[in-house]
Design a protein around this ligand. Sequence first.
Ligand code: C2E
Length: 351
Amino acid sequence: MSADLEVLLRGPKASGLARKALDAMENNCVWPTPLNFELWLHYVAAKESPVGKAIARMLEAGEPFTDSAAETLAAQHLPRVRLNGELLTAGNALSKELDTVSRAIESARESSEAYGEQLASANQSLDDTAPPAIKAMVETLANATQRVQRENKTLEDKLADTTAEVTRLREHLEMVRRDAMTDGLTNLANRKAFDEALERAVDAADVSGEPLTLAVLDIDHFKTFNDSWGHQTGDQVIRFVAGVLARAGGSPRTAARYGGEEFALILPGVDAVAAMAILEEIREEVGSRMLKRRSTQQDLGAVTVSVGLAERLAGEPQSSLIERADAALYASKRAGRNRTTNAEKRISAAA
Ligand code: C2E
């Protein structure tokens, strides 16, 4: 966020801008989620900012302001998500430094303790015949060493406090980062996390030469379902499909909510034949469950999903892989839905 915008959003005009953002969201049928609100606040406060321009362009083109569009905008233009990652790295570096300093102080304490013990025993072994000047000197040295030991102890305690504070901060940042990568409704990876996971999977496949398959799934007739039963029940259905997908996911696989009612599953080390079996199992599990409307216990029937999958071709860019899986999904839809289609094995020229 620019410094000017920061000042504006905390100045006397802030409440007016917030109302304006909510009005604009309502007029454009945008849900008042915290993320949407933050983006639309940028839009009303600074139409010339990158977020302002992007939203204006979407409005002009009549594009719907979906969750995934909001997440993409936030990842591109709101610096916080990036910043969290950077702070986390800085926190890790700081913790390492503190560990090193802590070890240095610990070893200084150990040697001054040993030195102190030697001086104490030297002091005891000096009998009455020892020259008073030497006795006084040994005593002074023993006192000075005790002082150093006390100071080292204070330093060690302070350092332990600071280290604990940095650990807390790091854990908090890790939590914020996890939140920023997680879809709030389903707890699956969100679009941003999906993009990053796919990039990593493509790089890893380039190195290992192992197969990599991407599956995209879309709930059939979801809009009709939502219109008949309402958004809340629609959300539950999204959570239900997400649950089935999450059970099939888990490292090294990534299950993600890709858009509104669209999901993705990244399958490293899995070829198209094995992926077809996995996705058919998921599709059958989704379709076999009779759902009930929780509020009234009315039968909702079953929901089905259409699936497209694409095994990555040698050297294929990420965008082409996504495009082929998407095309296969639409082939499933065209062929009557509730089925899985394997993508054509031709790198997309448009990607
Ligand atoms: P949820 O309501 O938070 O339920 C989480 C899990 O608790 C469910 O995971 C299921 O294992 C268990 N559970 C909750 N309520 C019931 C119940 O009445 N009977 C049984 N046998 N188990 C129950 P699951 O099945 O993977 O579902 C995940 C989410 O999908 C649910 O979260 C809910 O949001 C949605 N969902 C699943 N089935 C239905 C359904 O029949 N109707 C509606 N409206 N939503 C459903």
